[in-house]
Design a protein around this ligand. Structure first.
Ligand code: ATP
Ligand code: MG
Length: 299
């Protein structure tokens, strides 16, 4: 194998579409196996980054390398697999035939049968793509991303639209692949997904990486507790007893992020004796994400 020092290396990477600065100076260095999750709100620049890393878009300035090569070069492509955000497959070949075709693009692919077994495709490998359910389609796309046995795999929102069972099954296949020494860079809007699956989480906002850490360290960025309840109190009233923390309304529940939990609870109970379903917990990624994705700091 060639001497590759980085699997993914970006230096002051920028990408503009006309006046839109989709990527606004990204520095990133990934040189080991694992699952690397990129989180960010709509329009944060996640897909633009992946498209640049695949050579599907030219970069505006800075530099970018995948597996030590120029993105889009034959050598980079032969070591890379992908599911794009809007991936679709032709219906003219069966799933098995498509896997065979993709395997032929790579110098040392996995066996087609092993790939089918790993991605649990047996029951529909002889069907056309259009006949598959959403979860089956995503597993078939994942099979095409891995059949070449690439070192580096990009998955742009691989589990969007899947039910929780299908999502968890795909997580376990992704984890298995990471455990075999592969690097998986995935984007997601599911914070639970990043929390459960990723070895490292990068939060993007407005084309920049504003946090880059292990899930454990990302959690430590925000201190305090989250008080959750059903209450008649207004947001302004809740804000006044948060001790400077944030208040969010999530469906029927109000959530107060506070660093003075005893104080907040005492005031809350005295102001609203009828409050229901009170819980106190540590901040979850959901509680932290809103703050991180508004800031330019935290990395
Ligand atoms: N081909 C394009 N032409 C012009 N503008 C584009 C193009 N692709 C993306 N953009 C713009 O670049 C910015 C980043 O978009 P991008 O698709 O990278 O975001 P994203 O983080 O993947 O969002 P989402 O979570 O919605 O998929 C947005 O403002 C978007 O409108
Ligand atoms: Mg996207």
């Amino acid at each position: 194998m060639s001497q590759v020092t980085s699997r993914l290396l970006a230096k002051d990477l920028k990408k503009s579409y006309g006046k839109v600065n989709a990527i606004n100076g990204i520095d990133l260095h990934i040189d080991q196996a694992g699952v690397f999750a990129i989180l960010g709100q709509n329009g944060a620049g996640k897909t633009s980054f992946i498209r640049c890393a695949l050579g599907l878009e030219s970069v505006t300035s800075g530099s970018l390398e995948t597996m030590g090569n120029k993105p889009g070069s034959l050598s980079a492509k032969q070591q890379t697999g992908v599911i794009l955000q809007d991936s679709d497959l032709p219906d003219s070949l069966t799933i098995k035939e498509q896997i065979q075709l993709f395997a032929s693009y790579y110098p040392n692919p996995l066996s087609v049968d092993d790939t089918i077994a790993m991605c649990e495709l047996h029951s529909f490998a002889d069907k056309g793509y259009k006949k598959l359910s959403g979860g089956q389609k995503r597993r078939a796309q994942f099979a095409l991303a891995i059949v070449g046995d690439p070192q580096l795999i990009f998955l742009d929102e691989p589990t969007t639209g899947l039910d929780i069972d299908a999502r968890r099954r795909l997580w376990s296949i992704i984890r298995e692949f990471a455990n075999k020494g592969k690097t998986i860079v995935l984007t997601t809007h599911y914070l639970e997904e990043a929390d459960n699956l990723a070895d490292r989480i990068m939060v993007m906002n407005a084309g920049k990486i504003v946090a880059d850490s292990t899930p454990e360290d990302i959690h430590k960025l925000v201190k305090g507790s989250v008080v959750r309840c059903q209450t008649q109190l207004s947001i302004a009233q809740l804000q006044s007893l948060s001790g400077g923390g944030s208040v969010t309304v999530s469906g029927r529940f109000s959530e107060i992020h506070t660093e003075q939990v005893n104080n907040t609870l005492a005031q809350l109970l005295s102001l609203d004796p009828d409050l229901q379903d009170l819980t106190v917990s540590q901040p979850k990624l959901e509680d932290i994400f809103g703050q991180l994705s508004q800031t330019g700091g935290g990395a």
